[in-house]
Design a binder for this molecule. Structure first.
Ligand SMILES: *[C@@H]1O[C@H](CO)[C@@H](O)[C@H](O)[C@H]1NC(C)=O
Ligand SMILES: *[C@@H]1O[C@H](CO)[C@@H](O)[C@H](O)[C@H]1NC(C)=O
Ligand SMILES: *[C@@H]1O[C@H](CO)[C@@H](O)[C@H](O)[C@H]1NC(C)=O
Ligand SMILES: *[C@@H]1O[C@H](CO)[C@@H](O)[C@H](O)[C@H]1NC(C)=O
Ligand SMILES: *[C@@H]1O[C@H](CO)[C@@H](O)[C@H](O)[C@H]1NC(C)=O
Ligand SMILES: *[C@@H]1O[C@H](CO)[C@@H](O)[C@H](O)[C@H]1NC(C)=O
Ligand SMILES: *[C@@H]1O[C@H](CO)[C@@H](O)[C@H](O)[C@H]1NC(C)=O
Ligand SMILES: *[C@@H]1O[C@H](CO)[C@@H](O)[C@H](O)[C@H]1NC(C)=O
Ligand SMILES: *[C@@H]1O[C@H](CO)[C@@H](O)[C@H](O)[C@H]1NC(C)=O
Ligand SMILES: *[C@@H]1O[C@H](CO)[C@@H](O)[C@H](O)[C@H]1NC(C)=O
Ligand SMILES: *[C@@H]1O[C@H](CO)[C@@H](O)[C@H](O)[C@H]1NC(C)=O
Ligand SMILES: *[C@@H]1O[C@H](CO)[C@@H](O)[C@H](O)[C@H]1NC(C)=O
Length: 763
């Protein structure tokens, strides 16, 4: 930990000029104005408390005065409008801090009275003391969107980081980061209850009653003072040369920034974010942003008002949005017999912007439509029909315009009225489209038809699948509960894989539901995509994208054509990304439970995708372990499966990954009885080679860069430790594989042989 003294010296040497202006203690009677004497500086001049420019006026807050970008880290009364240049900030003689308008109206800046001193500290904390020299108020205890080093966010559902509207507008935005009582840090939209349904990210474990802390080295962790739970990777920056801040951002991401004070023209750079993939892809449901709105990164903006209910030249209709559901916040509902009646009811109600119709109940909805998600018919009742109100210009009022021109006009009309609404596509859906569909949305708007890709998996009948697979002729392989067949759709244009679930009815039903739940909703480039399913009488089938390069086992264990070292490293990183996404990318943690080369498929670009989620376990956000019967495949299952009543955690996947990584490194199976006894068990053999410094043997003396090889083996050995709690997390694994984290020597692996002593039959 860096002492305030060393920070002081360091910063004062950097900000010598400013430091002279720094005044440490402010006494009652002091006054600030926006133009002259606008702030009180910290001793080094790094931080300032006072007026900063906001919109057309000024706001009061704490900002970094000592760097070029005057980054704001705290704002008083953030939702109040900016004040004029004639305002004064008065530290009154009776010890209050009030903002006085030119007209004399007073607003309290912070809730305290009878203060006798105040001080802007070099940590960025503005502290107010009473006459007994006791702190009675600190800006650190009332965070806005930023957490600074040494500031703590206590387990409290109300003291949270809330995003700002934008970089330049510090008013409360749409997202918040909460340090929960259960010790998990989780991200939610503003204005929802703090339940799993609404959260879109959380840490994978927690410390009950812990607090969220950022240290001087930019290390973010949860602690209860006896136990630390790392959140961001630890780092070793030279003391005090780098500034850090954690910010809840207006796009829903939590980001950790650093600023190197020694670089002349340095700026803030993002060094960590828990979400590296856009989990909150608000542009996803294209149809919904639809006609009345356009999609921008961060939300659907709707430029339309309800006042224009009977707007001239606009034809208002209701359009069904198939495959989509949203939060049911019905403001008025009635019993109506047909969907047409429901449509009409909404059309006639100026406030109604959308409707849900289910079993003769017509629920009228206002904007914003929240928590929009893809509908999985099997799980979400498909009897609910969703409609939104659509306004299109009446062709006659536009004269003879081409369709294209009509759309231009639509864009203009749409742009004229202000009504922003936010559609939050949360709960694990992530559609990776780097393109922003701003224009496309308007162009596609006319037909609110969602392409197959956009809607969740579609339903097939058994007959259809029989036809598609030509009577289940071409077998591709076998999964945990069934056989996978090849099929073609779109007139033979597209090849797909169809898994027919066999086995006992109960298992099959469970497997079917698990797969639907796990991959029906999530999308990641390293996880196989579920295209459809069949739930038809006794038949249960699942339809996937087809991977032309077979499984990793095919690729790896073929003696003829071994993939190159670089290809193999790419494959390892891809698998790690896929597993990391399962473990941490979704609100429910997912344990795959059966990671092995046969369950990793290779697409035409040799990109690895994880397959077969039938054995997966879903954990609730506040759950970190589960008990279950043994799952998985011998050779890849973690030792704790064999211990009686031992709960399993995501670390079982880490173990399996470690074994697969060794196989990737050495291009051989984890157990190979054709080899000498010494070499037969890859796990033991690898450790022996590592200890003896003979890593070359593992790759059959293939030409590879020794440092890389050593790195890979070390990561693998860290993954297969006997004690699950010592194993790396997938996040660490990925950082190490990608080379951004140091890899210590793995602890003595004698535990490995212990394990095998207990399970001698494995030899
Ligand atoms: C700024 O404040 C200092 C002390 O509080 C005072 O001496 C000085 O005159 C003020 N300057 C202006 C321009 O008001
Ligand atoms: C900041 O955003 C809020 C909410 O969108 C808005 O009401 C306010 O006028 C904005 N303030 C400025 C200074 O732009
Ligand atoms: C500051 O507040 C004190 C007491 O409330 C008042 O007497 C004084 O006039 C105020 N100063 C300014 C510049 O408004
Ligand atoms: C001060 O406390 C009151 C009542 O608890 C609250 O309404 C007000 O918003 C608070 N003001 C500030 C600046 O926090
Ligand atoms: C408050 O304490 C600080 C250091 O502990 C000291 O420098 C300062 O003079 C004290 N102030 C008062 C008013 O006692
Ligand atoms: C406030 O009080 C703390 C001790 O409670 C002291 O360390 C600090 O210097 C004081 N600050 C001011 C401005 O007097
Ligand atoms: C801190 O958390 C750990 C792990 O949850 C627990 O074992 C320990 O008792 C806690 N310590 C305190 C002081 O609450
Ligand atoms: C959490 O911590 C607070 C203050 O440290 C304490 O009062 C409370 O009892 C703790 N709650 C639990 C569940 O440990
Ligand atoms: C309004 O739009 C609907 C559907 O697009 C169309 O059937 C209808 O004829 C239009 N009405 C008018 C008055 O243009
Ligand atoms: C929406 O909620 C209302 C009451 O909360 C309920 O009666 C209605 O059935 C719900 N509609 C759907 C489609 O779930
Ligand atoms: C969904 O719709 C299909 C056919 O449209 C029907 O067979 C199935 O039973 C429905 N599922 C539910 C849960 O209502
Ligand atoms: C929406 O309407 C407002 C108010 O007229 C306007 O300022 C804004 O630019 C419009 N937005 C877009 C993207 O057209």
């Amino acid at each position: 930990m860096m002492t305030p003294i060393s920070l002081f010296f360091l910063l004062s040497s950097i900000f010598t000029v400013k430091a002279q202006q720094g005044q440490s203690i402010v006494k009652p009677g002091s006054i600030l104005t926006p133009i002259t004497n606008s702030s009180w500086l910290s001793p080094s001049g790094l931080y300032a408390f006072g007026f900063y420019k906001q919109g057309n006026g000024f706001a009061v807050g704490v900002f970094l005065a000592g760097i070029t970008q005057k980054t704001v880290v705290w704002t008083a009364n953030r939702d109040n409008p900016p004040v004029s240049a004639e305002s004064t900030l008065n530290f009154t003689s009776d010890g209050r801090l009030v903002l006085q308008s030119a007209q004399g109206a007073e607003t309290s800046v912070a809730n305290f009275s009878s203060a006798s001193s105040a001080s802007m500290l070099d940590t960025g904390n503005f502290v107010v003391n009473n006459s007994d020299n006791q702190s009675i108020w600190e800006s650190f205890q009332h965070p806005t969107d930023t957490l600074l080093p040494t500031q703590r966010l206590l387990a409290d559902d109300f003291v949270v980081l809330k995003s700002s509207v934008s970089e330049s507008n510090q008013s409360t935005g749409r997202f918040r980061a909460v340090m929960q009582q259960n010790g998990y840090v989780a991200l939610y939209p503003v204005g929802t209850s703090l339940t799993m349904d609404y959260g879109y990210w959380s840490t994978s474990s927690g410390i009950p009653n812990g607090s969220l802390n950022l240290d001087d080295h930019g290390f973010l962790y949860v602690t209860n003072s006896s136990f630390n739970l790392p959140i961001s990777p630890s780092r070793n920056s030279a003391k005090g040369t780098v500034l850090y801040r954690l910010r809840m951002e207006d796009d829903g991401f939590l980001r950790l920034y650093s600023y190197n004070l020694q670089e002349q023209n340095g700026g803030w750079s993002i060094i960590w974010s828990p979400l590296n993939e856009p989990v909150v892809n608000i542009c996803s449901p294209r149809g919904l942003c639809g006609v009345n709105a356009f999609c921008v990164q961060g939300g659907c903006e709707r430029n339309s008002t309800t006042e224009n209910c009977d707007e001239k030249g606009m034809n208002t209709t209701m359009e069904e949005v198939p495959g989509i559901i949203w939060e049911n916040v019905t403001y008025s509902q009635s019993l109506l017999s047909t969907k047409q009646d429901c449509d009409d009811a909404c059309l006639q109600d100026c406030s109604c912007e959308a409707a849900l119709f289910n079993d003769r109940v017509c629920g009228k909805q206002k904007l914003p439509l929240k928590f929009v998600n893809f509908k999985i018919p099997y799980i979400d009742s498909n009897a609910t029909l969703a409609f939104i109100k659509v306004r299109t210009p009446t062709p006659s009022s536009e004269g003879t315009v081409t369709k294209k021109k009509g759309l231009d006009i639509l864009i203009i009309i749409v742009s004229l009225v202000a009504f922003a609404f936010i559609v939050l596509a949360i709960s694990g859906i992530a559609i990776y489209r780097s393109r922003i569909f701003a224009n496309e949305n308007i162009l596609n708007a006319g037909n609110v038809v969602l392409s197959d890709e956009d809607v969740g998996p579609r339903s097939f009948t058994y007959i259809e699948l029989e036809k598609i697979t030509d009577g289940f002729k071409d077998e591709l392989g076998r999964g945990s509960f069934g056989i996978v067949y090849k099929g073609t759709i779109e007139n033979g244009q597209k090849i797909i894989a169809v898994k027919r679930l066999e086995r006992l009815l109960v298992d099959r039903e469970r497997e079917f539901q698990t797969e639907m739940k796990v991959i029906g909703r999530i999308h990641h480039k390293n996880l196989i995509r579920l295209l459809g399913y069949c739930h038809d009488g006794p038949n249960r089938l699942l339809v996937y994208e087809y991977m032309c390069n077979g499984s990793l086992a095919d690729v790896l264990f073929k003696p003829e054509k071994k993939p190159s070292w670089d290809e193999r490293m790419g494959i390892a990183c891809n698998i790690a990304r896929g597993i990391l996404y399962l473990h941490e990318g979704c609100i429910e943690k997912i344990i795959h439970c059966d990671i092995k080369p046969q369950n990793i498929l290779m697409d035409e670009n040799m990109c690895a995708k994880i397959f077969d989620f039938g054995l997966a376990k879903l954990l609730k956000p506040d759950q970190s372990k589960t008990t279950t019967n043994i799952r998985g495949t011998r050779g890849y299952v973690a030792p704790e499966w064999h211990r009686l009543n031992c709960p399993v955690t995501v670390k079982v996947d880490v173990y399996s990954f470690g074994i697969v990584l060794l196989e990737i490194i050495s291009c051989r199976r984890c157990v190979d009885n054709n080899l000498s006894e010494e070499e037969a068990i890859l796990e033991e053999w690898s450790y022996r080679c590592f200890e003896c410094g003979e890593l070359g043997k593992l790759v059959n003396d293939e030409e590879v860069e020794m440092r890389q090889l050593e790195k890979m083996v070390k990561v693998a050995l860290w993954c297969i430790l006997y004690d699950p709690s010592l194993r790396l997390s997938m996040k660490k694994v990925l950082l190490m594989l990608e080379g951004t984290a140091d890899i210590p020597i793995p602890p003595n692996c004698s535990s490995i042989s212990q394990y095998y002593q207990g399970f001698g039959e494995n030899k």
